[in-house]
Structures are given as structure tokens and as C-alpha cells.
Design a binder for this molecule. Sequence first.
Ligand SMILES: [Zn+2]
Length: 324
Amino acid sequence: MKNLKPLFLALSLSTMTITTAQATNYQSIQPQQKQVAGYYHYQMDGVQITALLDGTNFISPSLFKNLSNEEIQNILKKYYADQAKGIQTSVNAFLVKNSNTLTLVDSGTADCFGAHLGSVSTNLKAAGYQPEQVDTILLTHLHPDHSCGVSKNGVANFPNATIYVAEDEANYWLNPKSLKSIPKEKQSGYLATTDKIKTALAPYQAKQQFKTFKLGDQINGFEVISTAGHTPGHFSYKLKTPQKDVIFIGDIVHSHTIQFDRPETAIEYDIDPEQAVQTRLKQFADYAQNGQTIAAPHLPFPGIGHIYSQDGKSYQWMPIHFTD
Ligand SMILES: [Zn+2]
């Protein structure tokens, strides 16, 4: 044993030397290199769902309601999600290839929020599709991080697609009479948002490629689920496949840590926070019990997975496993 000691020490020293050399090399590499993969194909029962990354975003912990900063930090630490820049959220859209239709669910931001976002179109092409092939766009709601991506500089990004959104959602953002129902202090923000939405939708409206639906309607095999609260006409979409349902949940949740651990936590962006919380509690309970596959625009890319609960009170996000 004695004789082994110097050898062990020598090995340790040489390992340290390598480690130090590697560290020096790594330091010379830019830490913020762009990831290559911005799409992910998920195959199930004859349907291919391709998650498209628009980009990643950082939001302030203070946007989450009714939790102290200490509670928020504890949750983030528990899930190894504490970051100096804020809480990381993904912006995802989903391309669904059925037997003979190509449907885009939500569309990302285009250039509405800056250069760190807006990659849906690029990633759609990288995934092997052309924008002209998309025939249907389902928007969960009209917030610009879901609707701006349909066009750029007044030109439709998906010239052959018809956009569908709930009638209540269209009324809230597009009917001038809605302004009266908005609290005075929120009107300027509301008008700035409607400007972005109207600009994005205009090329489709001009060609009668913008339609609304109501509860009970079906679009290309998708059922619509009312999930109002985040916005007044927020809807999720259910796609039935022979073995499993896939739910495109939209913005019923914005954080895979805080709002799974404490699902009663609203976010500043919710137009009706109480209703948004009730919607999340109801939908999460259903998804945890029945095991539907979930596709979510603001959960970590690719945003596809399942919702688990041990006690029916708090939840866990179970992302799908990478398969090639
Ligand atoms: Zn959103």
C-alpha cells in the first residue's frame, strides 16, 4: 500500500494538470454559443409532433403572485433553477403532421420581442418543412409571443394557412368596443399589445384566412378546450390519437418549477388571475390522473411531457426522454 502512494499522488497531480489546462481552454470559448438543435420530432400513433424553439427568455421572479421572494427562491433552489438573470422560460411552437394536414399550434414571436426570440420560422425550415406547407394555424390565444410569428413586416410567414382563434379571444383584442372594459391604468399596455396582434393578423384577414371558433367546434381533428383566465378566450387543443390524447395546453402554466410546486400561483400576465389559477388546478388534476401527453409553449424545450402528482396538491413536470 505504501508503495502505491507516490504513484497515486503522481496520477492525481497529472489529472489536476489536465483539468487546469482544460479549464484554461474552456475559458477561451464563448459561453453563449447558440445551440444547434431548435426542433425536436416526437412520433406517436401516426402523428408527428415537431417542437419548434422560438428562443429562451428570462423573467423576473416578482411576476409570480402571492409568494414571498424567499418562498420563490427556495422552490428555484429545490429544482436547481435559480439563475442570476431570472427565471428561464422557453417559447415553443408545435408543428403537427397528420395524415394529410400540417398544423402549427402557436407561432412564436417573430420580431416582437427582440433577437433572442423569433426562431420558429428558421427552425421549421431546419426541421425539413417549408412555410408554404402549413395549412392551419391554431392559436391558443392572441398574446404576441404566440401570434406575432404568423407574419413579418406585414407579410404572411405561412401564406397558405388559415388561422383559427376563439371568438371570445378575437373579440377581446380586435373589437374596438373592448377598450371600455379595460381598467384605465391598463389601457395603454392593452393598446400596444393590440397593435402588435393586429399587424400580425392583417395579411391573413385581408385574404379571409382568419377564422374564429366556439366551444364544441373541431378543427382538422383537434377538439377545443376552454381554458380561459390567462386571457378571456384562451383555449387548449386536444388531438386524439388511437392510443393517447395530446393536449396543446397554451399558457395555463409559465413555470415548470414555481407553478408546478405551487399551482395556485398566478403570474402577472394573467388577465383574470383567479380564473387562471382555477383553470390550472382543474386541468392539471385531469392530466395527472389521465396521463395525456402535454405540449406546452413555456415549459423547457421541447415542452413535451407528462404531469405527475403524488398528492393531488403539487405537481411535477416529467419531460419526454430524448430519442433519436
Ligand atoms: Zn405566452
